[in-house]
Design a protein around this ligand. Structure first.
Ligand SMILES: *Cc1c(COP(=O)(O)O)cnc(C)c1O
Length: 364
């Protein structure tokens, strides 16, 4: 890591690969001889069309997206998808299943309730979302239009280790905080969405990967044009001006991911980073992980000491040592280390060493 960079453990917007930032900087005022920045060019022009098409093709290749599915770049973050999903899909039966395993899946469910009847297929709320329900404990309804879950719970630090089976009901997944962190079989999903600012790029765009058969079929007549998957497919995400610069950076991130060895390499690095920190939690008499061991996230590690004062001291001293944004979400407290794709393994390794040092120095 370059001398003026810190280790940024922010949950989102979050760390980006340094080579991506350097390339963007080098191209800032004159993109490939165009005499202008990517920010300044028409989204309908030749130069931008090439960026857009290449980014989409790279995402298709990196995530192994089958031809049955379409990739969309949309605005409004993951949160607008909490509304777009029911508006586009719940019309089939008027009902949908939601798995409640954290902050964002609960928000998604509450929003969907405005548009139809919601069945809570499973919930981890009884233990403050510290675990992921077993597959046997999920109660799907037969007539749901879709089944929604959130694959990685950014706030609580839990991650689904399996893809729920839904007996033909389309699976809809919020992958905002673990997309591209491991290979996945896209054909199992009716729809995947993810805000860009965790594992893909800066804020300002969400990626939607949708089974084309689902688009348009059950759309609510009052669905805003910009939230219609059918419209977005028909216009190749350009019904209006897309988030051009964010898409360009996503493109650079994709090239970086491929250079590292693709999602297989991302999965290996994910496991390596997580092991450094979870090993400390397992050895420690001071720090305890918040999530059940069986559900530990490889992207967001949540942990605490026995006292809020000690948590605050840790966060303050960690910041001074170059480990930033470790304060946990208010719903959980304590600390959260977000270790997304762009976090170098040495960041997790050095944080782990810092935690061990802190414990030795502050032992009661
Ligand atoms: C951050 C996050 C969201 C919200 O994303 P926005 O882009 O801010 O709307 C939703 N779901 C998950 C899992 C997240 O991590």
């Amino acid at each position: 890591m370059s001398a003026d960079r810190i280790f940024n453990f922010s949950a989102g917007p979050s760390i980006l690969p340094l080579p991506v930032l350097c390339e963007a900087a080098a191209e800032m005022s004159n993109y490939k001889g165009s005499g202008m920045s990517v920010m300044e060019m028409s989204h309908r022009g030749k130069a931008y069309a090439a960026i857009f098409d290449e980014t989409k093709a790279d995402l298709k290749r990196v995530m192994n997206v089958p031809d049955t599915h379409e990739i969309l770049f949309v605005q409004g973050g993951a949160t607008l998808q909490f509304s777009a999903v029911p508006l586009n899909l719940i019309g089939k039966t008027g009902k949908a299943d939601y798995a409640l395993t954290g902050n964002f899946s609960t928000l998604a469910m509450k929003e969907a309730k405005r548009y139809g009847e919601i069945n809570i297929a499973c919930s981890s709320e009884d233990k403050n979302h510290t675990y992921i329900p077993q597959e046997a404990d999920i109660n799907p309804s037969q007539d749901a239009s879709y089944f929604h879950y959130c694959a990685n719970n950014t706030v609580y630090g839990t991650e689904w280790k399996y893809i729920p089976k839904t007996a033909g009901v389309p699976l809809v997944c919020d992958m905002s905080s673990n997309i591209m962190s491991e290979p996945i079989d896209i054909s199992k999903f009716g729809l995947i969405y993810a805000g860009a600012q965790k594992n893909m790029g800066p804020a300002g765009a969400a990626v939607v990967i949708i089974d084309k058969q689902l688009a348009g079929a059950y759309e609510h007549p009052l669905t805003p044009k910009l939230m219609s998957y059918k419209t977005m497919i028909d216009t190749d995400s350009m019904y209006n001006t897309p988030p051009c610069y964010t898409i360009y950076i996503i493109g650079l991130v994709l090239k970086w991911v491929e250079k590292q060895g693709g999602v297989e390499a991302m999965a290996k690095l994910k496991a390596e980073r997580a092991k450094y920190i979870y090993d400390v939690l397992d050895d420690s008499k001071m720090f305890a992980g918040c999530a059940d061991k069986s559900a530990r996230s490889g992207m967001n590690v949540t942990f605490k000491t026995a006292s809020e004062e000690l948590d605050a001291k840790f966060i303050k001293e960690a910041k001074a040592a170059g480990f930033d944004t470790l304060k946990g979400h208010r719903a959980v407290g304590g600390m959260r280390a977000s270790i997304y794709n762009a976090m170098p393994v040495e960041g997790a390794m050095e944080l782990a060493a810092f935690m061990r040092r802190f414990e030795a120095e502050n032992r009661a």
